[in-house]
Design a protein around this ligand. Structure first.
Ligand SMILES: Cc1cc2nc3c(=O)[nH]c(=O)nc-3n(C[C@H](O)[C@H](O)[C@H](O)COP(=O)(O)OP(=O)(O)OC[C@H]3O[C@@H](n4cnc5c(N)ncnc54)[C@H](O)[C@@H]3O)c2cc1C
Ligand code: FES
Length: 258
């Protein structure tokens, strides 16, 4: 992890309020791991705290974050110009555990991304290139579905759920996941990775009670202060006590939390 001034390589509007920001930092490109995040200083006097954003992908030496405009900080980022600089601390946090991939080539991977929660999952799919990966994407409507094509280009099989039924399954992403799990041929080496609203993660943990052999790691969001494990402003309750999302996470085994 290091603090550095990083040049904005690109900024593209992907959807109405979704932006893809490319950052030119050889250090980040070399050291980033799926599930980790960047803590970005917003150059505005009114905003003291940095804003955490997951590493979305690394391509040709450029590190990307995919973000949704929510408030002042992300609005500021959406107005950046190519060539401007950002003060960034990263990569931070404990990413997804991919240790098992070293030992087992025969496994299926299931990625579940609700809304902007898809952000850290593309980097993960890049690491699983050439393997069997099912991706579940959820959104309110067709217009809000993110990264479908990017996952397909990596060879993943993509399932989509939209609340209004304008694309794919009509209903909640977790309902689609439940339906598919009951028919797909999963094995004990199936691994699941999820990111999205906490209600979605809770629902996944309930579904997985029927499939105890499926191991699921989930990325959790929390408001952050320091981002480096000092202030304890980001704790969540786990079965082993309170844990810091920034340092002990943001990725936890879902059984640790629910
Ligand atoms: C580890 C981590 C990784 C993240 N990765 C991404 C990412 O890849 N892409 C992305 O778009 N967002 C991501 N987020 C959320 C992102 O940090 C917030 O959207 C951002 O900080 C909002 O800043 P803001 O100044 O625009 O909004 P604010 O003015 O701070 O808040 C605007 C609204 O967003 C809500 N909000 C702000 N921060 C959070 C949060 N951490 N969790 C839940 N609600 C929040 C507030 O309640 C408020 O309603 C991540 C958060 C964490 C903790
Ligand atoms: S944000 Fe300070 S300990 Fe996590």
């Amino acid at each position: 992890m290091k603090k550095e001034e990083v040049k904005v390589y690109s900024l593209d509007r992907i959807k109405k309020d979704i932006f893809l920001l490319g950052l030119k930092s050889p250090y980040l490109a070399k050291n980033s791991f799926p599930g980790q995040f960047l803590h970005i200083k917003i150059d505005k006097q009114s905003l003291v705290l940095r804003r955490p954003l997951s590493i979305h992908k690394v391509e040709k030496g450029i590190t990307y974050v995919l973000f949704k405009v929510r408030g002042e900080g992300t609005r500021f980022l959406s107005g950046l110009r190519k060539g401007s600089t950002l003060n960034i601390i990263g990569p931070l946090g404990k990413g997804f555990d991919l240790q098992f991939t070293v030992y087992s080539l025969q496994f299926t991977v299931i990625l579940v991304g609700g809304g902007i929660g898809v952000a850290p999952l593309l980097f993960l799919a890049q690491k699983f290139r050439g393997r069997k990966v099912w991706v579940f994407l959820g959104a309110k409507s067709k217009e809000e579905v993110l990264c479908k094509k990017d996952f397909q280009e990596l060879g993943c099989q993509v399932f989509v759920a939209t609340e209004d039924g304008s694309l794919g399954f009509k209903g909640k992403l977790t309902s689609l996941l439940k339906e598919k799990l009951s028919i797909i041929n999963y094995s004990p080496s199936t691994k699941m990775y999820a990111c999205g609203p906490v209600d979605m993660l809770l629902e996944i943990s309930k579904i997985l009670r029927e499939y105890p052999q499926i191991d699921c790691q989930a990325s959790f969001e929390q408001f952050m202060g320091c981002g480096i494990g000092v202030c304890r402003g980001c704790v969540i309750k786990t079965k082993q006590g309170f844990k810091r999302v920034c340092k002990d996470g943001p990725v936890f085994n879902i059984k640790e939390v629910f």
